[in-house]
Design a protein around this ligand. Structure first.
Ligand code: NAP
Length: 257
């Protein structure tokens, strides 16, 4: 996810020397290093005379305890943004100080192709100028929205953070159905994959609303209507997805601290 963000900024034409990557495993950062970003193996290697405008924590939540304290020395000058699931503003303030400017962001993996959607919540120390910087940085990898309360992050996590996995599962299900109906594995997988990606692109480019796009495929008495009569009867698919999303929502709340 951190690499996706950095690639978004590089694709926008930002100076690679202005992007500093801190990562204990040089191999993991090799593609970014090749593009000219400044690289450090540990935060104590950062030049003491330079102050970054923004520090983004893009490590796994369980690594945050080890990583965040090393950056507390920048708290009076720098805005912190964290994309770590479940790590609350309160958690970050406990380590970075209650005066630190902190933004909590929930992105999703289509950010890797600059088609992500991210939502964020900022604490009261984040200035309007810093919010603008945040808009610019995150819009480099897709759409961006500010949340009204931090608790909304759990719903965003359940819908769009985890959402790409639901869509990929749909692609897998389409492929499995094709195989059961006699198609080769290879062709069925292409049908699943290209149907999902093509539909996503149509949804992205079209000005029609999503219901109209669905209805455009559905002729009265035809094949699509036959399938939808099962998926939509008693809101079957909607209920199943809502139950699944509620589980993700509950888990996001459980993980928060
Ligand atoms: N993936 C998603 O769909 C998604 C969606 C929303 C939010 N997030 C959040 O984004 C964060 C990153 O997730 P990810 O999927 O991008 O994980 P990831 O692919 O494992 O990336 C984490 C990166 O952090 C590096 N790292 C490990 N220890 C470090 C340390 N001490 N200092 C600096 N870097 C260190 C890892 O290096 P190595 O490769 O060498 O281990 C890796 O490059 C997580 O907190 C997650 O909750 C992810």
């Amino acid at each position: 996810m951190g690499e996706a963000l950095a690639n978004g900024w590089l694709n926008q034409g930002r100076d690679p020397a202005g992007i500093w990557v801190v990562e204990p495993n040089q191999k993991s950062a090799r593609k970014l290093i090749a593009k000219g970003v400044r690289f450090y193996l540990a935060p104590d290697q950062l030049p003491p005379e330079d102050t970054p405008n923004v520090i983004i924590f893009a490590v796994k939540p369980q690594v945050m305890d080890e990583v965040v304290p090393s950056y507390a020395r920048f708290a009076s000058t720098t805005m912190f943004a964290s994309i770590a699931a479940g790590r609350t503003i309160e958690y970050l303030e406990t380590i970075l100080g209650i005066d630190a400017a902190i933004v909590r962001v929930m992105p999703n993996t289509p950010a890797a192709v600059s088609r992500g959607i991210s939502c964020a919540f900022a604490n009261n120390n984040v200035s309007s100028t810093q919010r603008e910087i945040c808009n610019e940085l995150i819009e480099a990898v897709g759409e961006f929205h500010w949340l009204e309360s931090e608790s909304q992050i759990d719903a965003v996590t359940a819908v769009s953070g985890s959402g790409p996995a639901y869509v990929f599962l749909l692609s897998e299900c389409l492929a499995k159905a094709g195989i059961k109906l006699g198609l080769s594995k290879n062709l069925a997988e292409r049908l699943g994959r290209v149907t999902i990606s093509g539909s996503g692109e149509l949804l992205h480019q079209s000005t029609e609303d999503v219901v109209t796009l669905r209805q455009n495929v559905t002729s009265s008495g035809g094949t699509t209507e036959a399938a939808l009569s099962l998926l939509m009867s008693d809101d079957r698919l909607e209920t199943l997805l809502y139950d699944a999303i509620q589980k993700a929502f509950k888990r996001s709340k459980e993980l928060a601290h």
